[in-house]
Ligand binder design. Structure first.
Ligand SMILES: Cc1cc2nc3c(=O)[nH]c(=O)nc-3n(C[C@H](O)[C@H](O)[C@H](O)COP(=O)(O)OP(=O)(O)OC[C@H]3O[C@@H](n4cnc5c(N)ncnc54)[C@H](O)[C@@H]3O)c2cc1C
Length: 335
């Protein structure tokens, strides 16, 4: 989209029969790392950028997919409470958390141990399904969306660029998420993927217009259901919903809600995390016409707009890619 909006002639190849992490994601935008109550990486730059970007895309695609929603953190011990109080005034995070601790319990929430709720500011979520479907529809109408599996064997590199299925291109950008491990050009990169399961559930008697965060999150959906997530599994790297993960999520929730919980949907995806937990973006060390855009890990919704703009700026104007995300940091791994 970024390249298209800058006037490039793009061709998109995406196989809708392959699984996608984005379609499973809850799409949360959370600028806070709760563990140490710090802002998430570069949140101050990413947030204003993504707000503006997704709003522009809503207008272009004529769909509403970006939503503001508060995330409330359940505070259960004195240490957490004091840390929140202290950190709320710190310069690095005061724009992202409210100093006020609220005590209103969501309807249907068992709050026996709860000391209060801390509110995250500037949070929200992207309806990833709606967004991706709208974007695919848009590109199909433009005639540049091809629904098939990209065949690496059919890619021919030339002195100027590349030829794929008889068409010439200046550059190819691979945004394959977890499937980068199948890519003969970029599989040398150090990824550390992590599977995640997420449930769509109904909870009898529970009502909350905010996202609730404990050692799980509960995201309210427009139809009255909730998304319950998410697990982290570094071993079973597949897109199959797992029974163990489902039970784990339901067990985490069990102590907090008394109403009957019904599982309406169970999905799983593999987050394309990198070893150093930063995106990996830029040209192949030996083939400058091939680029990678990957490593979005757990934060695709926040990272993608900002770094897609950066890559487009690099491709079209030769602008530099931030060192922290640039693929160059891994060139030594390619023999
Ligand atoms: C359970 C779960 C919850 C999550 N929650 C959040 C959240 O709340 N907020 C957030 O920001 N992030 C979240 N994430 C992370 C988020 O999903 C990722 O950061 C993001 O989706 C990565 O996007 P991507 O485009 O790199 O990969 P993907 O979304 O997986 O897209 C890659 C696409 O490339 C296609 N593809 C690959 N190879 C080929 C080929 N050879 N030919 C054709 N097509 C190909 C795949 O089919 C896929 O559609 C979550 C992830 C999971 C699993």
């Amino acid at each position: 989209m970024e390249l298209f909006q800058r006037g490039s002639n793009v061709s998109i190849i995406a196989d809708s029969s392959l699984p996608s992490s984005s379609k499973v994601a809850a799409g949360l935008i959370n600028p806070v790392v709760f563990k140490r109550l710090l802002p998430s990486w570069r949140a101050d730059e990413l947030l204003p950028f993504l707000q503006q970007k997704y709003k522009t895309l809503e207008t272009l695609l004529e769909e509403k997919f970006i939503h503001s929603i508060s995330i409330t953190k359940v505070i259960e011990n004195q240490h957490e409470l004091e840390t929140w109080g202290k950190r709320a005034h710190a310069e690095d995070i005061r724009d992202f958390i409210s100093e006020k601790i609220t005590h209103t319990n969501p309807q249907g929430f068992k709050s026996v141990e709860v000391l209060g709720y801390g509110e995250v500011l500037q949070s929200g979520y992207l309806d990833t399904h709606l967004f991706l479907n709208a974007a695919a529809r848009f590109f199909k109408e433009k005639g540049c969306f091809n629904d098939h599996e990209f065949s690496y064997q059919e890619l021919q590199l030339t002195a100027k660029g590349a030829i794929y299925q008889e068409k010439e291109y200046d550059s190819v950008v691979f945004c394959e998420g977890f499937f980068v491990h199948r890519n003969p050009y970029f599989s040398f990169l150090p990824f550390k993927p992590v599977k995640g399961d997420v449930l769509t559930i109904s909870i009898e008697g529970y009502q909350n217009k905010n996202v609730l965060n404990k050692n799980f999150f509960l995201l309210p959906l427009v139809d009255g259901a909730y998304k319950l997530g998410a697990t982290y599994d570094w071993k079973n790297l597949n897109f199959e919903p797992g029974e163990e993960a489902k039970n784990d999520l339901l067990n985490r929730l069990k102590d907090y809600v008394s109403g009957e919980v019904k599982v309406l949907k169970h999905e799983a995806g593999v987050r394309p995390s990198s070893e150093d937990r930063r995106p990996i973006i830029g040209p192949h060390p030996h083939h400058p016409q091939l680029h990678v855009f990957n490593g979005l890990g757990t934060k695709g919704v926040m990272l993608a707009p900002f770094f897609a703009a950066q890559l487009a700026h690099h491709l079209l104007d030769g602008a530099l890619i931030d060192q922290e995300v640039c693929i160059e940091r891994f060139y030594h791994l390619k023999k």
